[in-house]
Structures are given as structure tokens and as C-alpha cells.
Ligand binder design. Structure first.
Ligand SMILES: [Zn+2]
Length: 133
């Protein structure tokens, strides 16, 4: 299931015990001379699509987040980098929103190496804030 294609009433009917929400984080940055800016986004989105195809009744997939922490690529025009602080805040807001609606299982996927440290920080902070998430 893909959240963006569902009606709220369909989301309301999902099992909170069984459903795993999938959130993939990528990046918009250079990937050498031969690959497009959205390479990480395309890889992450395809991974989510394939996961969903394997477990269509179990996974609730969010749209892939197309930006990430790419400060180390800012010399390349077109790169969009979000600060670690804002990324951690945004992930927290996503998790808190899901939790408010009763979803307690969140799988965060990462398709960009530069996001690793902020994801670790996010997971640690969310674990402290929302025990059991
Ligand atoms: Zn990357």
C-alpha cells in the first residue's frame, strides 16, 4: 500500500498491530558525470516498490523523501542539502504523526550514505521519546 494513493478512510481501516510503515530517505545530489541527481531517490523508491510488491497487505509505504544530508556535495550545482537538525526534526514529526494515528512499527530505509549519522541520531531520540516505537 502506498499512502499517497489511499483515502483516509482506508488508512483508518488498517491493522495497527500488523501494519509496518516504510519510510525511505534518499538525497538529491551529484553522482559523478554519468548518473542523474536523483540516483539515490530512484534506488530507494525502487527498493520500496519491490518491498511493497512482496508484502502488499503488510506494508504502508510513504513517499520516498527525495532530499537528505548532502553538505559534502554542495560544490556541485543542483545539490539540495537539508541540515541534520531539520532532518532529525522532520523524521521525528513523521514518526510522531504515525504514532498519533496508532502506528507503532516504522521501518526507515536509507539510500544515501550521508544520512547514516542523522538516522542513528533520529532513531535514538525517537526511541527515548516514544518507547516501543
Ligand atoms: Zn548519495
Amino acid at each position: 500500500m502506498f499512502l499517497e494513493t489511499m483515502k483516509w478512510s482506508e488508512v483508518a481501516g488498517l491493522s495497527r498491530e500488523e501494519t509496518i510503515v516504510v519510510c525511505c530517505i534518499s538525497a538529491m545530489e551529484q553522482h559523478s558525470l554519468h548518473l542523474p541527481m536523483g540516483t539515490d531517490y530512484f534506488i530507494g523508491s525502487e527498493l520500496v516498490k519491490r518491498l511493497e510488491a512482496e508484502f502488499p497487505e503488510r506494508l504502508l509505504c510513504l513517499p520516498t523523501i527525495w532530499f537528505g544530508s548532502s553538505g559534502h556535495h554542495m560544490d556541485f550545482p543542483g545539490t539540495i542539502s537539508i541540515s541534520s537538525h531539520n532532518m532529525v526534526q522532520m523524521l521525528g514529526d513523521i514518526a510522531r504523526s504515525l504514532h498519533a494515528h496508532g502506528f507503532g512499527k516504522l521501518l526507515i530505509l536509507n539510500s544515501h550514505g550521508g544520512n547514516r549519522s542523522l538516522l542513528a541520531r533520529s532513531v535514538q531520540e525517537l526511541g527515548e521519546e516514544i518507547p516501543g516505537l
